[in-house]
Design a protein around this ligand. Structure first.
Ligand code: AMP
Length: 281
């Protein structure tokens, strides 16, 4: 596995692959602190592409002033060992200076699916995401890029950015990797206390209950408010729970194909994201 820390190392490592036009290069962007969810993206990339590159970059521009950039978990040695085991071919480890050199003046400002939900809870977040992902695509020039469905809104924002900027990369979403009890894997789960960790599976269970009720004909408004009330009674603080169009992220009030249930709930100091398709799995 090649480890690249400078743009020169990156272009030297990529040159043979870019020369072989038939071989697909896939990129899996991450912020490190890797778990089995991230590794499922590497596995999916390996099924699709001859060469798999991962990037690890904790992107400061997607964190708000009051967010957890400083306490974001970092474990470079552990991450590199996991990526190697997972069969990753190349890791790109840029510094903040590589991504945002002096004089850097361009931001990508996504609208559409970036509005509302995480976009509203975290102003500027998707601007940081769209900007850094566009930069990574420019540096690595993959034909394929894989993102987790766990961050459903992010996945739609990136698809929209790629479409709108005519970027020559195919974006693939990978299903959410969950713990056995249903909790979506996340690098933030480590911040849950044992009591909070024991409660956390109720997020996925609540989403499933709401989806079931809506499929059985209950109005979305009733189904969602019942689950929100259950969550509050159990000690969660929901930021939002919504039925949305899976691509535009606009709120929808009736059951039809192409919908997603989307939520972020706070449990203690931790924000946990989850979502499920409304259609039967
Ligand atoms: P992060 O390092 O949190 O920015 O995540 C990097 C990529 O891994 C993103 O595309 C995430 O959506 C994806 N990811 C994180 N957790 C999971 C999970 N539990 N299942 C699937 N993909 C995930």
């Amino acid at each position: 596995m090649k480890i690249c820390r400078t743009l020169t190392e990156l272009s030297l490592a990529l040159a043979p692959f870019h020369a072989q036009r038939d071989d697909m290069l896939a990129l899996v962007p991450t912020m490190g602190a890797l778990h089995a969810g991230h590794l499922s993206l590497i596995a999916a990339a390996r099924r699709e592409a001859a060469l798999v590159a991962a990037s690890i970059f904790v992107n400061p521009t997607q964190f708000g002033p009051n967010e957890d950039l400083a306490r974001y978990p970092r474990d470079e040695a552990g991450d590199l060992a996991k990526l190697k085991d997972a069969g990753c071919d190349l890791v790109w480890l840029p510094s903040v200076q590589h991504m945002y050199p002096q004089g850097d003046s361009t931001l990508i400002e996504p609208a559409g699916p970036a509005l509302g939900w995480e976009g509203e809870s975290r102003p500027g977040h998707f601007r940081g995401v769209a900007t850094v992902v566009t930069k990574l695509f420019g540096q690595v020039q993959p034909q394929l890029a894989l993102f987790g469905e766990k961050d459903w809104q992010q996945l739609q924002v990136i698809k929209r950015t790629v479409t709108d900027l005519f970027l020559p990369v195919r974006v693939i979403g990978v299903p959410i990797a969950r713990e056995d009890d249903g909790l979506a894997m996340s690098s933030r789960n480590r911040f849950l206390s044992p009591q909070e960790r024991a409660l956390a599976p109720q997020i996925h269970a609540g989403l499933q209950r709401a989806a079931h009720a809506i499929r059985q004909g209950e109005t979305p408004a009733t189904a969602l408010s019942t689950v929100e009330a259950d969550w509050r009674a159990a000690g969660f603080e929901p930021d939002y729970l919504a039925l949305v169009d899976e691509a535009s992220l606009e709120r929808v009030n009736i059951n039809r194909p192409g919908l997603r249930l989307l939520t972020t709930v706070r449990l203690g100091s931790v924000r946990l994201l989850d979502n499920i398709a409304l259609a039967p799995m």
